[in-house]
Design a protein around this ligand. Structure first.
Ligand SMILES: [Zn+2]
Length: 545
């Protein structure tokens, strides 16, 4: 009966993952069947062996991992040569000990990854963030580069990021603003040959927007007692077959199209905050008056996110060599265990079906975003409004499972989230379908597909391709086509090539494109190679214009 109720409930609900869609303004007027009991886990996840609740207002560092001491390679912030840890120390702190060899970048690949070194301080009133950034960028293209571009994402979202003292190899330069104030161009005195590296340095200050309805759906904002700092730092753009990709992202989609990189972050913040970040915490110590310094590292990852609150509590479970943490607001403690259970069930299923999760830690974090949830490397956020509306319980669960799936589709296997969003969104929805099949059987799986079909029905089942850039979908089309029709395409693909071949294909895709950036053409080519079928007609029907 529970699964029947689930399928009925799912069919009527708005299901959106990390598309930053605002919370629906109008609640369903039709009476909804009772949601599954809040204490009922989705499947039979392992019982917690440790329940670590953190009292409010006491910082709760993630597990400190001993690594080699920092080895200075000369220079000082923000000018000259970057000070960095050995890259092996970063991946030793971040990647799980049991990670297979193919998930661990080899030395040459590691040496060429973009290195970020950030030293930032949060003001006591949480209104500004100031600091320095150093980037070591290695030209992995086949042509010399005469400029490097950085995204200044906060300038898109009420934030105001100002840069000063911009340097290239220690020498002051005058940066350019080629398109508005969200892209910074750093011209190079001499073209950077393939294989060579350049050191970039700058200082910056950011005004953090506060209040409701600001800061990219609350991803970059202080509101309801939660500080969310998504995409706060100047981020290197991707150079691909089309050159530098510096277009402004559509407001309705995700913004990260980035190469897997290595991060070292020194974060100074009021000590009453619990700080949650991508990657690992090497150290956490009191410093100065009422402040604490967090030494954070991460990599390989495509972004580095930080969230913080004085009110976070935490519940954790060790799953093999992965620590799963759920951070939530005190008032939402009733949901603490359920979200952890959903996450653990999703993690277990995706590892069995797609391949191993890469990191030692996975954090699920409640924030005040108006989207359902958002994915970041090693960290997903789920919206506070989902914790508080019992009518949205199935969306709450599906959003959690969807965001966890993005660790496979978006982070390990990257894609152009602006121009090929289906490659991560439709796949994350498909993985969520597998989650419902696994947790609730055929009835649960069909319920999820019915909900996807209902999404597509919002645009009258229009045969609009799922493979368009975010900006080419109008109004409800993005959610309906990419999140609704998209997973139905993958179900059609599975029906054509068979369930076993579909599993084999996705495992191979995850393996072959780990830490790389996949394209739709590569996706089709591999599906055809694994299945031994010509799939062009199917892709033409669903994916391409
Ligand atoms: Zn998503």
């Amino acid at each position: 009966m529970r699964t029947l109720l689930l399928s009925l409930t799912l069919a009527g609900l708005l299901l959106s993952g990390c598309s930053p869609l605002p919370a629906p303004a109008v609640q369903p007027t039709q009476a909804q069947p009772a949601p599954p009991s809040p204490t009922q886990p989705p499947a039979t996840p392992p019982q917690p062996t440790a329940l670590a609740a953190t009292p409010a207002a006491v910082p709760s560092p993630d597990e400190a991992t001993p690594v080699a001491a920092p080895t200075s390679q000369g220079g000082s912030l923000p000018g000259g040569a970057i000070e960095t840890l050995d890259p092996q120390a970063i991946i030793a702190a971040t990647l799980r000990p049991d990670a297979p060899a193919w998930l661990i970048p080899a030395d040459p690949e590691l040496a060429d990854m973009t290195r970020y070194r950030l030293d930032v301080t949060l003001a006591p009133d949480l209104s500004t963030l100031t600091g320095h950034e150093q980037i070591r960028y290695t030209n992995r293209e086949t042509v010399a580069l005469d400029v490097i571009y950085l995204h200044l994402f906060p300038n898109l979202w009420d934030g105001g990021l100002q840069t000063t003292d911009v340097r290239v190899n220690g020498q002051p330069i005058t940066p350019t603003l080629p398109s508005g104030d969200d892209i910074l161009g750093l011209p190079l005195a001499f073209p950077l040959p393939p294989g060579d590296s350049v050191e970039l340095g700058l200082s910056f200050s950011i005004a953090i927007p506060a209040g409701e309805g600001v800061g990219n759906y609350g991803e970059f904002a202080y509101q309801e007692g939660v500080l969310a700092l998504a995409h706060f730092y100047p981020t290197v753009a991707v150079y691909d077959a089309q050159g530098w990709r510096i277009e402004t992202p559509s407001p309705q989609g995700d913004v990260i199209y980035a190469d897997a990189s290595l991060y070292e972050v020194t974060f100074t913040a009021p000590m009453n905050l619990t700080v949650v970040a991508s990657g690992a915490t090497l150290d956490h110590a009191a410093a100065g008056e009422g402040e604490a310094i967090w030494q954070l590292v991460g990599g390989p990852m495509r972004d580095f996110n930080i969230a913080a609150s004085a009110d976070y509590q935490k519940v954790s479970l060790q799953v093999g060599d992965v620590t799963v943490n759920h951070y939530y607001m005190t008032k939402d403690a009733a949901q603490g265990q359920a979200v952890l259970n959903w996450t653990i069930a999703a993690l277990g299923l995706y590892q069995r079906d797609h391949g191993p999760y890469p990191y030692q830690e996975l954090d699920v974090v409640e924030t005040a975003t108006s989207a359902g949830g958002i994915e970041y490397p090693g960290m997903v956020v789920v919206a506070s409004w989902l914790y508080r509306d019992p009518n949205q319980r199935d969306f709450f669960q599906s959003a959690t499972a969807h965001e966890v799936a993005h660790q496979w589709w978006y982070n390990v296997v990257g894609n152009d989230q602006l121009n090929a969003p289906w490659l991560d969104e439709a796949l994350a929805q498909y993985s969520t379908y597998l989650y419902y099949l696994d947790a609730y059987g055929q009835t649960g799986g069909q319920g999820f597909l019915n909900a996807m079909d209902a999404r597509w029905a919002r645009v009258g089942h229009a045969a609009k391709p799922i493979g368009l850039p975010v900006g080419e979908y109008v109004n409800r089309e993005y959610g309906a086509i990419v999140y609704g029709r998209g997973p139905l395409f993958l179900v059609a693909l599975r029906e054509q090539i068979g369930a076993d071949k579909m599993t084999e294909f996705l495992r191979q895709y995850y393996h072959d494109d780990a830490w790389g950036i996949a394209t739709p053409a590569e996706f089709q080519t591999l599906a055809e190679a694994v299945s031994g079928q010509d799939l062009d007609a199917l892709f033409q029907e669903w994916v391409y214009p």
